[in-house]
Ligand binder design. Sequence first.
Ligand SMILES: Cc1cc2nc3c(=O)[nH]c(=O)nc-3n(C[C@H](O)[C@H](O)[C@H](O)COP(=O)(O)O)c2cc1C
Length: 126
Amino acid sequence: MTDADLKRIVSHSQTRNQQDGVTGFLYYSGGTFLQILEGEEAVVRATFARIQDDFRHTIASVLVEGPAEERLFSDWSMEVANPKKTSAIMHAFFQSDRDLDLTKLDDEKALLLLDAFSLTNKALLL
Ligand SMILES: Cc1cc2nc3c(=O)[nH]c(=O)nc-3n(C[C@H](O)[C@H](O)[C@H](O)COP(=O)(O)O)c2cc1C
């Protein structure tokens, strides 16, 4: 994935998600995506079903799902983080300088990480 590839995915996602009332955030590192989709349940499930079928990734699994009192990313129909700008957050989070392995995230850590991202601002975007 190049930055241009990511921007293409996000640009298309923004258009679709705006129509669908879906918000969220996308992080990409070391060949793995971490994404949060927020919205009305049926719409979020339909969006995820389309993503599952997308050839640009292989395995898509759900780390955590369920009702939420409020959206973490209510202002973003979809945005992607710039890994260079988020590296401090990620290193603090994983307490390691080695390549970060998103596949090792459990549901609790994934939510904490997304919460940390949501508290930051657009300075972290690609
Ligand atoms: C990592 C990743 C994240 C994506 N996120 C979204 C998303 O948030 N919303 C969306 O509609 N499509 C998203 N897509 C694109 C979908 O997989 C699919 O290509 C698209 O929804 C098809 O839309 P269309 O029917 O308008 O062509 C994502 C794709 C990838 C690879």
